[in-house]
Design a protein around this ligand. Structure first.
Ligand code: CA
Length: 527
């Protein structure tokens, strides 16, 4: 199976009604039919309140099972509903990647008194004065967790590196905790001098019992849901060495591949490459620079030079390690890393991640269904068409035509002689364009049409094997041989199985021997 697709099944503005796991279970089969091969689920453990999106982790061992923080369920439902969703996904053949937030904990049960040194928020290596005592929220004993079989661990101040609140004085600052062998981790981002501290009580991964506890939790969580991978949160902010130890431990003694993708939120490829090297290529990274390029292209409109769209991206420089995406829960409007790709460019951006050879693409719930606050519209119909194209036509050799600032495109030659080549052409908001592409002399005289319906011109291949493919300003077109059965089928109603076995339509037969795309969820080669 090739052409894997990941789906991020949440966005920030979902209602706090405990319905996500049920919704996911209901949709598992249809997602699989559309070509989704893995789902990234949000942090599923108890946060600081029932409407916590999941990143304010209180108890990693409470998957919506215990009455803690005023609620049994999480924002997304109960543990039982989560487990049912996991079973439904696996029955549909979809892999499950769980979000792992190992940088910090919030919502402590009680305060403790300990010594700190206040640091400069703009340079955390700079100490502001002498050590003194504060009262910080660092005591976690989970009084509401009535079953301690999975873990007896209680957290104390010496398991953390820093906090941002002194309960004694009400002061907010970055307080580095002082103690034997204590200090910021050194193998973290060097932004702000040292970016170990992000929020809440910052976990100290240099403490052996902390490492053991987190590794033990990872194994427990994998077993609870039969997980296929982890999406690692906030990699800039905790020890790269621990990340590698964690990945190695999760993969040890497993009889199948276990996948890792991480969030290293930085558009600088040099830093990304350094991190990949530091963690021995144990994990893939979200292609943040590509997302930034999409955002810039969408905001600059006709001023943008499309030849730069892949410049300095992970998918360009380390394609085996790239998870490509358009937007996510942090980049959507109103969120901490807001950098949203504008609506007009979404279809083009999804074509750029779904129809090319390189990269493991991830579809964002907010782009697919729209966001709860209405800031992002649903692009479901368009993404469904692109998924169909990915499944059937994003195959074989790829030749790029990236010579003009205004219009770029590429051709996928198809797998086997029976499959139509696919020509993708996209442009800025400036003006209508066309792109001259070599399709092959054997198709001379053949007519091509845009499957996406954004340009209604039919293109006939000339006797030299070339076609001049038009694209409407501010859009993308995907040309296939005209008259393929798919092009007048309503995408929602497509019965993929029926298409696959129809002997009268050889043009869309799939060659099962061709596995040209390495970005595959379960079978991904991690070397
Ligand atoms: Ca940290």
């Amino acid at each position: 199976m090739g052409n894997g697709v990941m789906f991020q099944f949440f966005e920030w503005e979902l209602p706090n009604d405990g319905s996500l796991w049920k919704n996911l279970a209901d949709k598992a089969q249809s997602l699989a039919e559309k070509g989704v091969s893995a789902v990234w689920i949000p942090p599923a453990y108890k946060g600081m309140s029932s409407d916590d999106v999941g990143y304010g982790v209180y108890d990693l061992f409470d998957l919506g099972e215990f009455d803690q923080k005023g609620t049994v369920r999480t924002k997304y439902g109960t543990k039982e509903e989560l487990m049912r969703a996991a079973v439904a996904l696996h029955e549909a053949g979809i892999a499950i990647y769980a979000d792992a937030v190992l940088n910090h904990k919030g919502g402590a049960d009680y305060t403790e008194t300990f010594e700190v040194i206040k640091v400069d928020p703009d340079n955390r290596e700079d100490e502001l004065g002498e050590a003194y005592e504060i009262e910080g929220w660092t005591g976690f004993n989970f009084p509401g967790r009535t079953d301690r079989e999975a873990s007896n661990f209680e957290w104390h101040w010496y398991h953390f590196t820093g906090v941002d609140f002194d309960n004694k004085t009400g002061e907010r600052a970055i307080f580095r905790i002082v103690g034997e062998n204590k200090g910021w981790s050194q193998d973290v981002s060097q932004e702000f001098g040292n970016y170990d501290y992000l929020m809440h009580a910052d976990i100290d991964h240099n403490v052996p019992e902390v490492r053991e506890e987190l590794i033990s939790w990872g194994r427990w969580y994998i077993d609870q849901l039969n997980l296929d991978g982890f999406r690692m949160d906030a990699l800039k902010h905790f020890s790269a060495e621990f990340m590698q130890e964690f990945a190695t431990a999760m993969r040890a003694n497993r009889d199948r591949e276990f996948y890792f993708v991480g969030e290293y939120w930085d558009g600088d490829y040099g830093l990304t490459a350094h991190y990949l090297d530091e963690t021995n290529y144990e994990l893939d990274l979200f292609d943040v620079k590509l997302h930034f390029n999409f955002e810039e292209a969408s905001k600059r409109g006709e001023e943008y030079d499309l030849r730069l769209i892949f410049d300095d991206t992970i998918v360009q420089k380390s394609p085996m390690q790239a998870v490509t995406f358009v937007d996510n829960h942090d980049s959507q409007p109103g969120q901490s890393l807001e950098s949203t790709v504008q609506n007009w460019f979404k279809e083009s951006a999804y074509a750029l991640i779904l129809l090319r050879k390189d990269g493991y693409p991830c579809i964002f719930y907010g782009d697919y269904y729209g966001t709860g606050d209405g800031s992002i519209l649903s692009h479901k119909e368009k993404i469904d068409k692109l998924l169909l194209l990915r499944r059937w036509y994003a195959k074989g050799e790829q030749y790029d035509y990236f010579d003009s600032a205004e219009v770029i495109g590429w051709i996928r030659m198809g797998a086997g002689e029976d499959v139509s080549p696919m020509i993708v052409v996209l442009t800025t908001q400036g003006s209508d364009q066309q792109l001259n592409v070599e399709v092959g002399k054997e198709l001379a005289g053949t007519s091509f049409a845009d499957f996406l319906g954004n340009n209604l011109t039919k293109v006939t291949i000339d006797e030299e094997g070339w076609g001049n493919f038009p694209v409407t300003a501010g859009s993308v077109s995907c040309y296939l041989v005209d008259g393929l059965p798919l092009d007048d089928v309503k995408v929602d109603a497509v019965d993929v199985e029926a298409i696959e076995i129809d002997p009268d339509e050889p043009l869309i037969e799939q060659d099962p021997t061709v596995k040209d795309d390495v970005s595959l969820a379960q079978n991904k080669d991690t070397n």
